[in-house]
Design a protein around this ligand. Structure first.
Ligand code: UFG
Length: 333
């Protein structure tokens, strides 16, 4: 199948591209390289540098390649940033997605996978969080993904447009090939930040609050290996013709921030100094996925469910790529 992957130069997108190619699919990556890295795109994939806000550029991709399905990763993705720059999310994330969808529909493409997020559930009432949990987005970021999910719902009704919305919990780890991993600038995610301490690039890690109602007072998250996420995308794509679907994606097991730091100490052999700081606004205490639906319907089974393996793969990437892809740019203000 010929698959257009937006954001295919980013962390999750590039590892999905790697898996798609390994399974014999043909891939066109469309990425503006604002956050993505050219070097993250496997050489077997076609690459188009472009921005989803440029409708003519999006149209040109569909005109130039026989696209049969789209995987949409290109997006602003930071919960905290979305509270400071809501229009980037409620505006750009939505209109960019619409440009893509308009051109997909106009070109007869009827298969679409959306990267969605656990942030749709805000502070959930029940743990683990199933697909039927009440949707109360925790931020403009989560809201922007929910708006796209709703748009997809209507495209399905009107155009038989088949989609899967995959609501990720905390994506982590690196490609088991060791070639691709996390390289954000600025980095905000827990595991890469902790590993930067082990690399000597930071003095310490700050724990954002230790007064949550959890077993050690720090937040609990469900870390899912990026390669298991990639497998879920491929299974969802293959099942699309049987109908649209929405899944929560995590391992169903939560770890506290302190447990993550302890695991990083064990894997790296570095003491990793940590200090407790104030809570980060908007962080819910506990997020754990109920992923029974995708297990039952698609037979998805995570290959790397344990946190130690996730951290080992992340460490292997950071240790061998201490400056990521080596193309640091100044972040957008
Ligand atoms: N944390 C720290 N110190 C840090 C960084 C993070 O204590 O320096 C804590 C956070 O407070 C949180 C946990 O580590 O409790 C994980 O934080 P991340 O920033 O790694 O991830 P988030 O859970 O905030 O967000 C991630 C994705 C979002 C997605 C969300 C869904 O980045 O896009 O998961 O749950 F919406």
């Amino acid at each position: 199948m010929n698959i257009l992957v937006t954001g295919g130069a980013g962390y999750i997108g590039s590892i999905v591209v790697e898996e798609l190619l390994a399974q014999g699919e043909e891939v066109v990556v469309f990425d503006n390289l604002c956050y993505g890295h050219r070097a993250a795109v496997p050489p077997q994939a076609a690459f188009v540098e472009g921005d989803l806000s440029d409708r003519a550029a999006v149209r040109a991709v569909f005109d130039s390649y026989p696209i049969e399905a789209v995987m949409h990763f290109a997006s602003y993705t930071l919960v905290g940033e979305s509270m400071a720059h809501p229009f980037r999310y409620l505006g750009d994330n939505v209109t960019n997605g619409l440009n893509l969808l308009r051109e997909a529909v106009a070109h007869g493409v009827r298969r679409f996978i959306l990267s969605s997020t656990a942030n749709l559930f805000g502070t959930p009432e029940r743990i683990p969080i199933g697909e039927k949990e009440r949707i109360v987005p925790g931020s403009p970021y989560g809201e922007s993904k929910y708006i796209l999910e709703r748009i997809l719902h209507w495209l399905d009704r009107i155009y038989d447009f088949r989609y899967a919305a995959l609501r990720y919990f905390n994506a982590a780890g690196a490609s088991p090939t060791g070639e691709r991993g996390e390289d954000h600038n600025p980095e905000t995610h827990l595991i890469p930040l902790v590993l930067q301490v082990a690399l000597g690039q930071r003095d310490k890690i700050t724990i954002f609050g230790d007064d949550y109602p959890t077993r050690d007072g720090t937040c609990v998250r469900d870390y899912i290996h990026v390669s298991d996420l990639a497998q879920a995308h491929i299974l969802a794509l293959r099942a699309l013709d049987a109908g649209s679907r929405t899944y929560n994606l995590g391992n169903g097991q939560g770890f506290t921030v302190r447990e993550v730091i302890e695991t990083c100490r064990a894997v790296t052999g570095h003491p990793i100094p940590a200090e407790v700081g104030p809570r980060r606004p908007g962080d819910p205490a506990v997020l754990i996925a109920g992923s029974e639906k995708i297990r039952r319907e698609l037979g998805w089974r995570p290959r790397y469910p344990d946190l130690r393996t996730i951290v080992e793969h992340a460490w292997e990437w950071h240790r061998t790529h201490p400056h990521g892809y080596g193309d640091r740019r100044t972040p957008k203000a």
